[in-house]
Design a protein around this ligand. Sequence first.
Ligand code: ZN
Ligand code: ZN
Ligand code: ZN
Length: 232
Amino acid sequence: MPVKRAVIVALDPLLVRIETKLESLGQWHRAQSLRHHAATWRGKRRELHAWVQTLIEIDIRLREVVQRETFLLDQMRILTTKGEMRPPAAEELAQAVAWQEELDDPDIEYWRQERQTYVAESQCPWGPFLRGFFSYRQQQMWFLAEWLTADCAGRGGCCARGCGCCKRERSKTRAHRFGHCTTMCGCCQRRRGFQLTAQDRKLMQPPLNLVGVGDDTYSRGLLKGYIWGIPV
Ligand SMILES: [Zn+2]
Ligand SMILES: [Zn+2]
Ligand SMILES: [Zn+2]
């Protein structure tokens, strides 16, 4: 083990006491900064970034599943309301059948992504990184942090408008019911008025380069928004 890493590992119990003291004084940002520096001094940057990228990819997929399910339920409700006023057209009936078939799938996909989230979180690297991650995630509505909100707006999501979708529950039944827009957000789709192509979907999410370069502006933003809650 390199000397620098060995020293910072040996100092960990002391760091925990200092972090606890800072938090008791209301200095969460300084405590979080200390955890971030300690995690950086420990090295293994590549492994940490790989873990972060996996977590973010699963998080996006989980939000996509929830948002797609909500969109389908909303569309079925709209169609039912229309059907009460006039007989549905043939293409509306065909669309309803297709939506209903798709609605049979989210349970499986949601279950898989929710388990994957747990598996990923259980592999979170031990030490100051873990403490920083969980300390940030314990904050209520952490996902409404400035960077994540700006990212959602930049990707063309609801945070660019006044609809407030990202501040509200997106599902009445799913545990993971909060979060920013994905390509599956129904409000975004209705606002756009057109379906995204596969190429368009790529435009709605800048590439995740944490495992590769890992030092571009977007990667730093992801680390701030998803993991640390402070500039890194
Ligand atoms: Zn919206
Ligand atoms: Zn949206
Ligand atoms: Zn948003």
